[in-house]
Ligand binder design. Structure first.
Ligand code: ATP
Length: 320
């Protein structure tokens, strides 16, 4: 089956600000694909170009086999979209909203099916202004499904939700995958990307800086592991720093914290050394790199490299 989304060298500027600077990626059918990036990275602009809400300056966009720049109307029949904020009339109910949105499409899902699917049964006939943030967000996503889309775009679906509401949405996204939908979602939350996405692309200042399966990115990254060690007696920080792979040692009393680029070699040498010193290990924690470490490393590297052209200065200042 051909890819559901193909983006080639997408570019979009707002006046002087180059928001998207040559972005390319593909999403295969049935994948959950995460577009990650800090504020102002260009995630929303990329999604808006794909769904036909913005005209790109250049680049090729293919959605479900359709040239999205030439035939945006055809694309709209095949996709579902939930943008960052969904405003509906205060007095409309979820059931009415689903019926109304469904009426715009030839092929549509019955409101009752979506109400059950997105756990809105209790609030199906309550006014929109009485729904909680999580319920509004679930309704927004249910609305993205009214036209039986092949592909769903969710722009920061969990921003502003409490942990319980986030978990419920995660479950809803996982069910979409089980049902065979292709999902593109943008997020600031790296933990959810790590758990939910088949593949992610990390976008920073309008460019993709890494792409792949979360586990692969973590494995490929040279991000070091952090170690916390508590011993029965204080250790000599300089000697600890001399162990293979060790860097950034902080020794405070009986607790030492350091980083290692070769955890296995470090721990082997450490055990032998502690044996010679006849010092007991009270606690030892090794924290593996997470997607967050990869993300921070990549986005910081870009800043250090002075990557930003003058045209993005205003945004850099905004980001602090
Ligand atoms: P966030 O996570 O904060 O929503 P994002 O990754 O979605 O950010 P975009 O909203 O695509 O990023 O913004 C990319 C850049 O384009 C930013 O510098 C932003 O200030 C700028 N930008 C976005 N929309 C407009 C607009 N309508 N007019 C001018 N500049 C814009």
């Amino acid at each position: 089956m051909p890819a559901h989304v193909v983006v080639r060298d997408l570019r979009k500027s707002y006046g002087e600000v180059e928001a998207v600077r040559g972005v390319s990626f593909k999403i295969e059918p049935g994948e959950i694909f995460g577009l990650l990036g800090p504020n102002g990275a260009g995630k929303t602009t990329t999604v808006e170009c794909l769904v036909g809400l913005r005209e790109p300056d250049s680049g090729e966009l293919e959605v479900c086999g359709v040239d999205a720049r030439r035939n945006p109307r055809e694309v709209k029949q095949k996709i579902g979209v939930a943008l960052q904020t969904t405003s509906l009339q205060d007095k409309i109910t979820p059931r009415e909203a689903l019926r109304l949105f469904g009426s715009f499409y030839r092929d549509r899902v019955a409101p009752e099916v979506l109400i059950e699917r997105f756990a809105l049964t209790e609030k199906a006939d309550a006014c929109f202004d009485t729904l909680s943030g999580g319920q509004r967000q679930r309704l927004a996503i249910a609305l993205a499904f009214v036209n039986r889309p092949q592909l769903v775009f969710l722009d920061e679906p969990t921003t502003g939700l409490d942990p319980q509401a986030r978990r419920e949405l995660h479950a809803a996204i996982a069910r979409m995958k089980a049902d065979g939908y292709t999902v593109l979602f943008t997020t600031h939350y790296l933990d959810e990307a790590e758990h939910l996405c088949d593949r992610v692309a990390i976008i920073d200042r309008g460019r993709i800086v890494a792409e792949g399966r979360p586990r692969e990115l973590i494995a490929q990254s040279s991000a070091v592991q952090s170690v916390t060690l508590v011993t029965s007696r204080p250790l000599d920080g300089a000697k600890l720093a001399a162990l293979p792979g060790v860097s950034a040692v902080v020794a405070e009393g009986t607790e030492s914290r350091f980083q290692t680029s070769h955890a296995t070699a470090t721990l082997g040498a450490l055990t032998a050394w502690l044996g010679e010193l006849r010092t007991e290990v009270v606690e030892l924690r090794v924290k593996k790199a997470s997607l967050e470490d990869v993300f921070l490393k990549l986005t910081r590297e870009e800043s250090r490299a002075g990557f930003s052209p003058p045209s993005n200065e205003a945004e850099d200042q905004k980001a602090g």
